[in-house]
Design a protein around this ligand. Structure first.
Ligand SMILES: [Zn+2]
Ligand SMILES: [Zn+2]
Length: 150
C-alpha cells in the first residue's frame, strides 16, 4: 500500500496516511502539549481526514475547548499513544501526531506555536514562522505547505 505508514508504540494500532511525501510539521509549545506529551512540545501536522486509514482499536477522549468546540483525541487502546485528533471547528481535517510516523527521523519542524510557553533551552531557527499563542489554522497550514519539497 502506498502512502506514509505509522503507528503506536506497541504496534496494536497502525495507519496509512495517503500523502505523496512527508508533510511539514509544526511544534506546539503550550502547557497542555508539554503535560500531555511529557516532553518539551508536541509535533504534529494537518491532513485530510479521508487520507488517513487506521487499523486497530482506538480509545477516544473528548473534551470541550475554551472556544466551545469539541476536541476528539484518538489513542491506542493498549499503550495509549496519541495518534491523531480532530476538532468540530475544522470538519474533515485531522491533526496527526507526527512522531508516530515510521519515518519520523526524516521530518522537519518548520513552524512553532505557543512559543510564549517554550522551554528556554530550545533555540528556534530564525527563519521559522512562529506565533506567541495559537496560529490561525489557515496561516499555519500555509506555512507547512510552503515547506514541503524544500
Ligand atoms: Zn499501542
Ligand atoms: Zn499545544
Amino acid at each position: 500500500m502506498s502512502g506514509l505508514l505509522g503507528g503506536c508504540r506497541c504496534g496494536a494500532v497502525r495507519y496509512v496516511l495517503a500523502l505523496d511525501q512527508l508533510p511539514g510539521t509544526y511544534a506546539c509549545h503550550c502547557l497542555d502539549c508539554q503535560t500531555w506529551s511529557g516532553s518539551a512540545f508536541s509535533q504534529q501536522t494537518f491532513a485530510p481526514e479521508l487520507a488517513l486509514t487506521v487499523t486497530g482499536q482506538l480509545t477516544i477522549y473528548e473534551f470541550i475547548t475554551p472556544s466551545g468546540n469539541v476536541s476528539t483525541q484518538r489513542m491506542c487502546g493498549t499503550c495509549h499513544t496519541r495518534i491523531f485528533n480532530s476538532n468540530s471547528a475544522r470538519p474533515g481535517v485531522v491533526v496527526v501526531r507526527a512522531g508516530t510516523l515510521d519515518r519520523s527521523d526524516e521530518l522537519e519542524t518548520v513552524a512553532h506555536i505557543w512559543v510564549k510557553r517554550k522551554q528556554p533551552w530550545l533555540r528556534l531557527p530564525e527563519e521559522a514562522p512562529r506565533w506567541l499563542e495559537g496560529a490561525p489554522p489557515a496561516q499555519l497550514i500555509q506555512a507547512l505547505a510552503s515547506a514541503v519539497g524544500r
